[in-house]
Each structure stands twice: as C-alpha cells, then as structure tokens.
Design a protein around this ligand. Structure first.
Ligand code: DGY
Length: 323
C-alpha cells in the first residue's frame, strides 16, 4: 500500500520527525525556511497532508480550484486563526490542532512576563549587560509588588485557569476573570478565581490584565483604546494569546500617554515584525512568541499531530479535529 505523502512546513523536534519518517512518505523542511504562499499552494496540490504551524498563512485563495489533493491539515499549534477554516471546510479538508499539551508552559510564560514587567527584569538585565550598573541603592529600578495585587484574566479556558492557579496559589494574588460562558463558581474557586460579568468590570479592578482568549475575527482588537482607558492607570497588560486580540496602535498610544503602566508581550499583530515604538519603551517586556517553547511541550505538540494524522489515514476520527 502506498504511504500518504506528507509535507512538514518547518523544522520539528527530531523525535517527532523520526516517527513521521517511519510512518509516512514525508518531506521535511531541513532548512527551516518559511514557505511562501506559492509553495504552500503547491503543497496543497501535491501532498495528501500538509502539517503547517502558527507562522504559516493559509488564506482562502490558497484553497481555490478543483486540483487540491490535501485531505488533512495537521496544524502544529493550538491556535488556528492563520488558516481560513471556512475555505478548508468547503474543500472537505479536515483541520486538527494540538490542545492541552502547551497549557502549563504558556501559563508559565505569562507569569514570566508579569513578573518581568512588574519587577523591571528586562531593564535591569539590559543595564547590567551594558556595564551601567553602579551598585545597590535604595531607589534603583523600583518596581511593583506582585503579592496581594489583583489580576484580571480574559478567557478562562485551560491556559487562563493554569495562569489563575499560578497567580493565586503561587503569588498570593486575587484573581478575577471574564469568560463568554458562565463558569461554575466551585470550578472557578479551584483556581482561586471569581468570574465577573463584563470585561469592563475586570479591567476596572485589575492591576494586571492577562489575555487568554483565542485570536481571529471574534476577538480582533478586543483590547482597544476604550478598553485601555477603562484599565487602572497603574495597570499592566500581559498578552500570550494572539497579537490580533490587541489593537497594537492603541496599546502604543496608551503606553506612551501613561494610560497604562507597562506591558508584557509574547505575540504581535504582524509577527515577526514588532513596532519600533514598542521596542523603544523600557516599560515593555517583549518575547518572540515563546509560550510553548520547551523541549517537552514542542515534542508533545508534534506527537499530537502524529496521532491526528495517523488516526485520519487509518480511517479513524482524529482526536483533535477542529473542522
Ligand atoms: C499555539 O500553539 O497556538 C501557540 O501560539 C504556539 O506557542
């Protein structure tokens, strides 16, 4: 029996690439160079499965015409707003993602950003490496105490809950959250958290606001100029969700005008480009989309994709089908 032809769009952890090579007729991307739209289109025409990731763009134009060969997109990543799901569905293409395995590591990165921006870790490291640290003094790089502060979480899914747990039980913070659907108060209490009815009510009481909702049309620019104005003046924004959840221009204005005190960001509106005005601000901590970047998690994500496409080509339901 001929083995399905599979294309992997970027370099993956070697353990996962080894399993893929055993099971499928696989083309790996050993150079790790991003594929351009023409190459992605060609992939859809010539491979049974394409395994893209969150930095590949698959708009509806790539799915046009009758010659599409791809039957499944096994996405490496939990977010899938980079794929035009309606267009894939119209072509009968199954799309899967990798939920569950990146919860802890993404919550850890949100915590890292919160602590770094509150305690001015980035500024301190830059100063020390530049040879400009003149020694301990009582007023040097004074930050914001975290313990006892209120954190507001937007989106109380797996990662929002894991982050709440860290904030409350690890750092003694009060936790409030907004979630579109109602969460059983007993369930919320397991994470030391309390649901509030609106985003505005969360913003009004939070010293730190952390985003944990999906990207895409439904949440595009959820954080806009009005919502920055609704935050406490000394508050910080943390974003490990998706860049498009924040109106980046409005965020820059809010930071420059002192409407909020600082931000910790792992994701951006047009990655990998990051506005120079953000980079110029000392009260902003910027990471290059590292939420899931641990050996354990990236391998687990890859193995989830393997499970999904293995099930699909064996005629079984893929465990993480999103469409
Ligand atoms: C995802 O899986 O969507 C993450 O953004 C990758 O870290």
């Amino acid at each position: 029996m001929t083995r399905p032809r599979i294309l992997v769009t970027r370099r993956w952890p070697s353990a996962v690439e080894a399993v893929l090579s055993e099971r499928f007729d696989v083309v790996l991307n050993t150079s790790d160079a991003a594929l351009d739209p023409g190459q992605l289109r060609e992939a859809l025409l010539t491979f049974d499965a394409v395994l893209p990731t969150v930095s590949d763009r698959l708009p509806s134009t790539l799915f046009e015409g009758d010659a599409i060969r791809t039957k499944i997109l096994g996405n490496f990543g939990v977010g899938f707003n980079h794929i035009d799901i309606a267009a894939a569905k119209a072509k009968g293409i199954v799309v899967t993602n990798t939920p569950g395995v990146l919860t802890d590591c993404t919550a850890d990165i949100a915590m890292l950003l919160l602590l770094s921006v509150a305690r001015r870790g980035g500024e301190g490291e830059r100063e020390l490496r530049a040879g400009q640290w003149s020694g301990w003094r009582p007023t040097h790089l004074i930050g914001t105490k975290v313990t006892g502060k209120t954190v507001g979480i937007i989106g109380f899914g797996r990662i929002g809950r894991a982050f709440a747990q860290r904030c409350h039980f690890g750092f003694g913070m009060d936790v409030v959250f907004y979630n579109r659907s109602a969460i059983d108060p007993m369930e919320a209490a397991r994470y030391g958290a309390m649901q509030l009815p609106t985003i505005e009510e969360v913003l009004a009481v939070s010293d730190f606001v952390s985003l944990h909702c999906p990207g895409g049309a439904e949440n595009r620019h959820l954080m806009n100029a009005d919502r920055f104005a609704a935050m406490k003046r000394q508050a910080f924004l943390i974003n490990t969700a998706r860049g498009d959840v924040v109106d980046e221009a409005a965020l820059i204005a809010a930071l420059e005008q002192g409407i909020i005190r600082g931000a910790g960001l792992d994701v951006y509106e047009t990655e990998p480009s990051v506005p120079e005005r953000l980079k110029a601000m000392e009260n902003v901590v910027l990471l290059p989309h590292l939420g899931s970047a641990t050996e354990e998690t990236r391998t687990a994500m890859g193995m989830k994709v393997v499970d999904n496409i293995t099930a699909f080509f064996a005629g079984r339901e893929p465990p993480d089908r999103v469409v």
